[in-house]
Ligand binder design. Structure first.
Ligand SMILES: Nc1ncnc2c1ncn2[C@@H]1O[C@H](COP(=O)(O)OP(=O)(O)OP(=O)(O)O)[C@@H](O)[C@H]1O
Length: 561
């Protein structure tokens, strides 16, 4: 977190400076009181009246300093929190797929909301308060030594005990704080999941069990918060108790020296008033240090989110696909128990169309994910125009290939924004694309045409309309390789055929299509059909060759046709 403080060191040091001035002003209040009381004990009415305007002026300056302290603190917090939130968000967006999915997406939301709120209060504001109070303590200490050395010595012996408390309890406070943050994150994950699955909850009548689950998470969150607050309260009470005893030591010693005639009544009063500058910083010291330390694990979590995995982001640049992708001896497993892909050998040539077929779970989508660089930890080689895809800059891979999944994500915006993804395309390009994807009639039937809003995750669209938007989104990008993973499964067969035919007609486009739709009219148009079984390529060839072979594809075709 230090880097954020020093990123805005101007406002940080200004804030600290104003807090030091405020600390000095706090301490000088004691002497102002002594000054005013001395007019009273000397019964000096003219002097009192004459100095009244300076006293009022002093108080105005004092309140102005307090206002400035609040404003500089607000600016400091605003800059730091804004920058921190931007950095976390940017790092999450910059992650590659495996890294991103290694955490539940709601935990990122929790970090960006709950954890940032904790950091704002317990790190940034708390740090400024701590520095300000230490400045007040230092100035107050100096003033007490000026008033009476013995009182000062007594105060600081008791004060030292208070300062040791945070060191003893910091670890426990920190781990209780982390437990609270974790349970808050789990609660956010639970809320996100249940709200996204609202339709399922209603459709399957599971409201009661969902409410119970939420209630458990809610209980655990509040329970962990309570445990943290309870423990902190104990530590804080201990500190405040010792702080209070400092006050009494000062009063007892002050009264003792006043009776002995070593100090005046004004000085006795000033010494007691100075305790307001000395006791709170000492008694709150442990609380502030513990709060600072308790944010360490949250800061570590943010650090881990912001730590970039070594990617080929500085890899070889590649802006086009010219010839072929050669896949040799490709094997991959998600975990060590079982190989999901085994010894795959395949050449994908530019402009050709490939259909991948096979039973559910045989590894079709996994193969596409590997091609799309979701995972780099495969064995064997994938060479794109002779270059290992692991060495190609990941952003360039996304410029060369587009993938359309069965489950489509739709942004809560217009049809146009969902197709263009906020990039600039000409009206001609958009119109050609929506015609090709069978969206033309749909768009023209809407009052606002392309500017029609589609609702949260496309709630105002049918499944087929969502899929057509996803296809349009990929086509308008004009990448040389287009990958479809069951991308037309929600469409009626006429629309699906029409879209697939349009794609197969684009000469330059290299298409890799995973499909369960084994219809002759479509499959015969592919240059090659790849039949997968248990993570391997069982057969490969054109539609009629494979049927003639009467092997694995033939049996699949006869089952599914
Ligand atoms: N992220 C993952 N972690 C672990 N195992 C996975 C993961 N994704 C898929 N699998 C497993 O890998 C195997 C292949 O899955 P894959 O999704 O590639 O199959 P598929 O042929 O595309 O299936 P379908 O036709 O049903 O979509 C399955 O056994 C699946 O359970």
């Amino acid at each position: 977190m230090k880097k954020y403080i020093f990123k805005y060191k101007g406002i940080f040091f200004l804030s600290v400076f104003i807090r030091c001035v405020e600390g000095a002003a706090d301490v000088s209040i004691a002497f102002l009181i002594e000054y005013i009381l001395d007019f009273g004990t000397n019964k000096d009415m003219p002097g009192f009246i004459k100095n009244l305007k300076y006293i009022v002026l002093y108080l105005i300056c004092y309140f102005l300093i307090i206002y400035l302290r609040k404003i500089t603190q607000a600016v400091f917090v605003k800059k730091n929190i804004q920058s921190l939130r931007n950095d976390i968000y940017t790092n999450v967006i910059d992650k590659d797929m495996p890294d991103f999915i290694s955490k539940n997406s709601a935990s990122y939301i929790s970090t960006l909301t709950n954890d940032i709120n904790i950091l704002e209060q317990d790190y940034f504001i708390n740090l400024l308060d701590l520095i300000g109070e230490l400045a007040t303590l230092a100035i107050g200490t100096f003033a007490i030594f000026k008033v009476n050395v013995q009182i000062a010595a007594g105060v600081f012996i008791v004060g030292a005990i208070t300062l040791i408390i945070p060191i003893i309890f910091s670890k426990t406070v920190s781990s209780l704080r982390k437990k609270y943050s974790d349970s808050l994150s789990n609660l956010t994950i639970n809320m996100k999941d249940t709200f996204s699955g609202f339709e399922i909850i209603k459709g399957f009548n599971i409201e009661d069990s969902i409410k119970e689950e939420f209630s458990n998470y809610n209980f655990k969150t509040e329970d962990s918060k309570f445990k943290f607050t309870k423990f902190s309260a104990g530590v804080e009470t201990l500190s405040q108790g010792t702080g209070f005893s400092i006050f009494f030591v000062a009063i007892l010693l002050g009264t003792y020296f006043f009776i002995q005639g070593k100090i005046t009544f004004g000085l006795l009063f000033a010494a007691i008033q100075l305790m307001n500058s000395v006791v709170p910083p000492i008694s709150r010291f442990s609380e502030r240090i513990n709060k600072l330390k308790s944010t360490k694990l949250i800061a570590d979590n943010i650090e881990s989110i912001c730590t970039k995995k070594e990617l080929a982001s500085n890899g070889i640049s590649k802006d086009d696909f010219n010839d072929k992708i050669e896949i040799s001896n490709l094997s991959f497993s998600y975990n060590s128990d079982k190989k999901t892909l085994r010894d795959i050998n395949l050449t994908i040539e530019k402009g050709k169309k490939y259909a991948i077929v096979g039973k559910s779970g045989c590894g079709k989508s996994t193969f596409l994910r590997i091609l799309f660089r979701y995972y780099d930890n495969f064995s064997g080689n994938i060479l794109m125009d002779g270059t290992d895809i692991r060495n190609i800059n990941i952003d360039d891979i996304y410029k060369i290939m587009s993938i359309i999944h069965q489950n489509v994500f739709i942004f809560d915006s217009t049809v146009k924004d969902n197709i263009t993804l906020y990039k600039d395309y000409s009206d001609d390009e958009i119109n050609t694309t929506i015609k090709l994807c069978g969206l033309y009639n749909f768009v023209n039937s809407k009052p606002k045409k392309l500017l029609e809003n589609v609702g949260e995750n496309g709630v105002l669209l049918s499944g087929g309309e969502k899929q057509r938007i996803a296809i349009a989104r990929a086509i308008i990008k004009k990448t040389p390789i287009l990958i479809l993973d069951e991308a037309t499964s929600s469409l009626d067969s006429e629309t699906a055929h029409s879209i697939e035919n349009s794609l197969l007609d684009i000469d330059e486009l290299t298409c890799i299509v995973v499909t369960h739709n084994l219809s002759e009219s479509i499959l015969k148009q592919y240059d090659s059909i790849i039949a997968m079984k248990d993570g391997q390529i069982e057969e490969q060839g054109n539609f009629y060759d494979l049927l003639d072979k009467k092997g694995y594809f033939y049996s699949l075709y006869n089952v599914f046709k």
